[in-house]
Write a protein that binds this ligand. Sequence first.
Ligand code: AP5
Length: 222
Amino acid sequence: MKLLFLGSPGVGKGTYAQVLTEVLRIPQISTGDLLREEVKKETTLGKNINEIMIRGELVPDDIMIKLIKNRMSQKDCQNGFILDGFPRTLNQAEGLKDIVKIDHVLNFKANDEVIIERLSGRITCKKCSTIYHKTGNKPKKEGVCDKCGGELFERDDDKLASVKNRLDIYKKKTKPLIDYYTKEGLLVEITINKPISEIREKVITKINDYLCGKTKKIGEIN
Ligand code: AP5
């Protein structure tokens, strides 16, 4: 199953991808995580990317398409994947079409106030990238990842100025993809109104039922 998760920064794409990847046994491909790995290597490219990411801007399309092509050629993607954070421009969507055929596009929705609250409390594992929230989805032990014991950190691009820039860029460059994938007949809308920690099972069941063809739409999950 080849899935694509669409939605504004902080809406929860990574969180739901991490939940579903275990159920569907397909990898999550987060372009944000791939870029953060490059930044860690401290290459010239990594340093340039870091500045772009901290400002909340988009990394150039040609770099992103090359990165995705390379990741998709790896063995673990043979039976499918969850694409999280790519494409973000029409150019990238066209580039993706040349690489692979996507089965479903899940569009996650929330308003800007909810997004800002989610991002201001986000903490992520340095080692395995598991996502938590300081109040809504806390780890068992403060500052420590439940899964691997790694240290939790706050992302530099979750500062308010950067978040506002990311939301503006999303509206200008990424939102048009909703129309693009609607026209392709692939789009499914999802709004998750409760904290993920409270409704994890429901999210899994509803999305899984849709993907297996038991239901025709997902809509709101309360
Ligand atoms: P990336 O890492 O992809 O960031 P993003 O798209 O901005 O998305 P986020 O990771 O911020 O949010 P998310 O939707 O995954 O939310 P999450 O699950 O963490 O990209 C970072 C940067 O890299 C970009 O700004 C850009 O510079 C560059 N980049 C990446 N891809 C690119 C591309 N294709 N082209 C060009 N540049 C690219 O959830 C957020 C928080 O909310 C968490 O704390 C979570 O616990 C909480 N939460 C989730 N669901 C709920 C809920 N239901 N209730 C309460 N809290 C919730």
